[in-house]
Each structure stands twice: as C-alpha cells, then as structure tokens.
Write a protein that binds this ligand. Structure first.
Ligand code: GLV
Length: 328
C-alpha cells in the first residue's frame, strides 16, 4: 500500500523523521537548506501534509498551488505564518505546539530580563575586549530586579509563567494587560493585577511582551508607547518581531528614553535593524526562547503526532481551526 506523502520543511531530529516514516512517504530537508518560495511550492506538490516552522508562510496563494494539502503542522506555538481563515476556507487544518514550550519560554523571558536589567551581555563584551583594568563603583550598575514592578503585555500561558517567576521567585509587583482579564483564581495564583495599557507602560520597571502577532498587535510598542515608559525601564520582547517598531526602539535606546532592551525576535528576522546592532544597551538573541533540547524534542514530537493523529487517525491533538473537522 502506498503511504500518504508529506513534507518536513526544515531539519528536525532524526527520530522525528524515523517516526514519521512509519506512517508516511517523507520528503525531508535534513540538510536544512533555505528553500525559496518556489522551491517550497514545488516540493509540496502531491503532499497531503507539511511540518512547518515559523519560516514557511502558508497563505491563499500557496494553498491554491497545492490543492492536495490537508494539514499544516507548525512546530511553534505562534502561527502568524499561517493565514488561518484562508486555510479554513480551503478545508486545510492547521496545528501548533502549545503547552510543551510554556515553562522553557518563560525561563528564557526571565533570563533575558535579567541579562538586560543587569547588563550581562554588555559587561561580558567589555571584559572580553580586555577593557577591565580596575574596579569602579558604578561599573555596569543596572536596574534592580527583585522587588521591582514587572509589567506583562499579553497574559497567555507564557505570560503567566513569567508572572509566577517574578512574583514568587523575585518578590516582584506584577501588573499585566491583556485582551481579556484572567479569572480571579489565576490572578491570585500569578499574584498579578490587571491594569490599562497606559498604566502598564508608565508603571513597569521591566516590561515583557508575550502577546501573539496579528494586524492588531503590529507595532503595539511604537514611538508613542515607548515614550510612556520610565527612563529607567527595560523592555523585553520574546513574542514576535513586528510587535515592536524596531526603528523607534533603536531611537528610544539611543536617546536613553528607556534604559535597555532584551530582544529575541525582530522585524524581518533573521535580519536585525542596524541601529539596534549599534546600541550597547540592548541584548540580542536569535529567536531561541524555546530552545532547550528536551523542549525542541517535545515540539517536534507534537508536530509529528499531529500529522499522524490527523492524517492517519482523523484526530489532531492541537488544532487551530477545528471547524475544518466538523466540515468533513
Ligand atoms: C516560537 O517563536 C514559537 O512560536 O513557538
């Protein structure tokens, strides 16, 4: 019996490929080549499923060119690379990888906050450059973390993980803003107080962005929002590029309108705005918030389980547009 054909668009763990090969005729990219859009479209011909990462855009044009496609399994919790309404219109299911990365990503958000507030990257560069020749009272003096006010914009699972770390681990006063308020029980557990966005901007000593990217959240942190922050504040973005206006942020950092920023995601990544690269008061990491080996394994397995669950058994684990299942 011929097996259904699927594409794995980027390199994954060898065991993920071996697992998928038990069920599918798998075309993979273990060489991790960067395919052009045309190459991706060509490789998708005849495939019923695809394992994507945030780098592959699934939109109406691609779906029209690949009429056999039934499932796009994103190996990420964010899915702004998917045009979900276009997928639903074509009866194509989308899945993502929630939950398995929550705590790891929250750990990283906190690590970036600490590195930014305590000037870890900047001081390490100074030391490596051989510039450390004497002690000084104000050398790399940063902002306090414990006991300070932690602001969180976007209070989903990862935001809540950061709130718990701040409140319970560092005695921080946690405030948040989100489209919808958490239940009183969750607010109590996270020790987090809901505030309006302007109050969040004005009061946070450290502001962490953890909201999904959408047309609504595009440039949610632009020049006007940055101007409302404290000059001593730090900003951390582990959400998506495009939520922060990177050019405006570079100007705010240069003008010391805010003290520092920690960024794991960028507009147009893997390119990084040259003005950000030129700022010393910014910690820059290459979109690695979920990058621990166990978590990346769990993400790959969940994406693969969605492919097998849906295409073999008709039951995906984490569907984004379950209305497609009802239509069938
Ligand atoms: C990473 O950015 C993800 O969305 O999982």
């Amino acid at each position: 019996m011929t097996q259904p054909a699927i594409l794995v668009a980027r390199a994954v763990f060898p065991e993920t490929i071996a697992f998928l090969q038990q069920h599918f005729d798998v075309t993979h990219n273990q060489a991790d080549e960067v395919w052009s859009r045309a190459e991706l479209l060509q490789r998708l011909q005849g495939k019923v499923g695809v394992l994507t990462t945030g780098s592959e855009r699934i939109d109406a044009e691609l779906l029209a060119a690949c009429p056999g496609l039934k499932l796009c399994a994103n190996m990420a919790v964010g899915f702004n690379n998917f045009d979900v309404p276009a997928m639903t219109a074509r009866g194509v299911l989308g899945t993502n990888t929630p939950d398995v990365l929550t705590e790891t990503t929250a750990d990283f958000g906190f690590a970036l906050l600490m590195a930014t507030a305590r000037r870890i990257a900047e001081s390490e560069h100074f030391l490596r450059a051989g510039k450390w020749n004497k002690w000084a009272i104000d050398m790399f003096a940063g902002a306090e973390v414990h006991g300070s006010t932690l602001g969180i914009l976007g209070m989903g699972r990862i935001g809540q993980g950061i709130a718990r770390r701040g409140a319970h681990g560092f005695g921080m006063n946690v405030i948040y803003h989100n489209r919808s308020r958490l239940s009183p029980a969750l607010e109590a557990e996270c020790k987090a107080r809901y505030v309006a966005k302007d109050e969040l901007l004005a009061s946070a000593d450290h502001l962490v962005l953890v909201l999904p990217y959408s047309a609504e959240s595009h440039h949610a942190m632009g020049a006007a929002e940055l101007a409302k922050m404290k000059p001593t504040a730090t900003l951390v973005n582990i959400a998506r590029g495009g939520i922060v206006d990177d050019a405006a942020l570079a100007r705010a950092l240069q003008a010391k309108q805010i003290a520092a920023a920690g960024l794991d995601v960028f507009e147009g990544e893997p390119k990084v705005h040259p003005d950000l690269l030129a700022c010393s008061n910014v910690v820059l990491t290459p979109h690695i918030a979920s990058a621990t080996v166990p978590t990346r394994r769990a993400m790959a397995q969940l994406a693969a389980d969605n492919l097998v669950g849906y295409l073999v058994h008709g039951k995906p684990l984490t569907p984004l547009n379950p209305e497609v299942l009802k239509k069938k």
